[in-house]
Ligand binder design. Structure first.
Ligand code: FNR
Length: 392
């Protein structure tokens, strides 16, 4: 594991800085206005986005001294019944080709190389089959934007493809049945899903059920009217209305493996997720991109862990930017942490190598944070609320 740390001191120079605070600024200099607005922008005034970041400052990791250790801390964790070497995953992020032509392929390959699970987005710009190939023997999970019930055949087909291609868990995103009120995208007149080049429709365009439905409705193949097909795929995965708790039974019947609900913030919803037999939740507000004026995701994590921490696997995201952020979320009770925007900045700055650099840097930072804090492992028996102090 010390390879992660030595990475920073090796003679082979990294593609860009180790200063995680600078990644966003550097990436902004290289992005088009559209891509920049899309990744950096958030919902409405950005209140939720700012709260996500500010919440980390209220918690401090208090270092413990003279803790006798032989080696670097172990970062191993157990998530959804599997042992994982590191406690982070690459969050599902759509349309990755708008940031770099290699898009999802670069990220999936980097994630496998760094032994970080890759979560494929339903709004990907690359097919699920091609991403599975690039990810090789890496751990991969499938994120579903859940089509409306009238499109159950498409949902079944997507789940079948995910299973056949080695995706071991299903992440159902609940906070984005429609895209949020995002002023940057509105100002730019930019919606990657409605673009005539169909950049966010790779999953749909390669799906037999979607293709069949399109042909039946329009009398032509997807390729003959790409613009309309892109719009139809966007309407399929963002179907205007939200599902109900009862609808989860459908997913359970058609997915043989762990199911995780992504986007949980309310304690009541976390309890329901456990009652409805879900295997996990991601405490997330989509990085403040969906509903504004909400709480910091980290504040929700604390309450949710207290309510259901022993009943269900709790993962966390929204606002994680450095090693100590990861350590704090784990200490508060998350079993794993999803990295979002930072790896996209890595993708912009250096493709696959850039994504690897971001993931390794975050892990190196985490490793040294634990090591110097006298915390022998990322296991909850060592990394828990005893090492944290709260101040408002
Ligand atoms: C996202 N996110 C997201 N989530 C999801 O379930 N499916 C998706 O397709 C996307 N797409 C997406 C695009 C972009 C550009 C961003 C920044 C985010 C949300 C993502 O999984 C995660 O919840 C947030 O990125 C976490 O917030 P931070 O840490 O990136 O601020």
């Amino acid at each position: 594991m010390d390879a992660v740390y030595k990475h920073g001191l090796s003679s082979e120079r990294p593609p860009f800085t180790f200063k995680s605070d600078d990644w966003e600024t550097l990436a902004k200099e290289q992005m088009s206005n559209n891509s920049l607005g899309y990744v950096c922008g958030s919902a409405s005034t950005g209140e939720t986005y700012r709260k996500n970041r500010a919440a980390f400052q209220k918690w401090s990791l208090v270092p413990q001294r003279l803790v006798k250790t032989k080696d670097y801390p172990s970062l191993e964790t157990q998530v959804l019944g599997a042992n994982l070497p590191v406690p982070i995953a690459a969050a599902p992020i759509g349309v990755q080709k708008i940031f770099n032509p290699d898009g999802e392929i670069a990220v999936a390959a980097a994630a496998a190389q760094e032994r970080v699970p890759y979560i494929y987005s339903s709004a990907a710009a690359t097919s699920i089959e091609d991403v599975a190939k690039a990810n090789g023997d890496g751990v991969r999970w499938f994120q579903l934007y859940w089509p409306s019930n009238e499109n159950n055949n498409i949902t079944k087909s997507l789940l079948k493809r995910a299973k056949e291609n080695g995706f071991s868990a299903l992440f159902v995103t609940l906070d984005t049945f429609k895209l949020g009120w995002r002023p940057s995208d509105l100002d730019n007149g930019y919606n990657p899903f409605l673009r005539p080049d169909s950049i966010g429709a790779a999953l749909g365009f390669t799906d037999p059920a979607f293709r069949g439905q399109f042909k039946e409705r329009h009398g032509k193949e997807v390729e003959e009217d790409v613009g309309s097909a892109a719009k139809e795929w966007a309407r399929t995965i963002f179907p205007e209305f939200s599902h109900s708790w009862e609808d989860l039974k459908f997913l359970r019947e058609h997915w043989d493996g762990p199911i995780v609900l992504k986007g949980i913030q309310a304690v009541g919803d976390a309890k329901k997720a456990a009652e409805y037999g879900m295997d996990g939740i991601v405490v997330s507000n989509h990085g403040g991109r969906q509903q504004d004026g909400g709480p910091a995701s980290l504040d929700c994590l604390v309450k949710i862990v207290d309510a259901v921490g022993t009943k269900i696997d709790i993962l966390f995201d929204s606002g994680v930017r450095c090693g100590s952020d990861i350590a704090k979320a784990l200490a508060l009770g998350a079993k794993g942490v999803l990295i979002g925007r930072p790896y996209i900045y890595g993708l912009v700055l250096g493709g696959q190598v850039g994504v690897s650099h971001v993931l390794r840097s975050l892990l190196g930072d985490l490793l040294m944070t634990l090591h110097l804090g006298g915390i022998p492992s990322a296991n909850p028996k060592h990394l828990n609320r005893d090492v944290l102090e709260y101040s408002d």
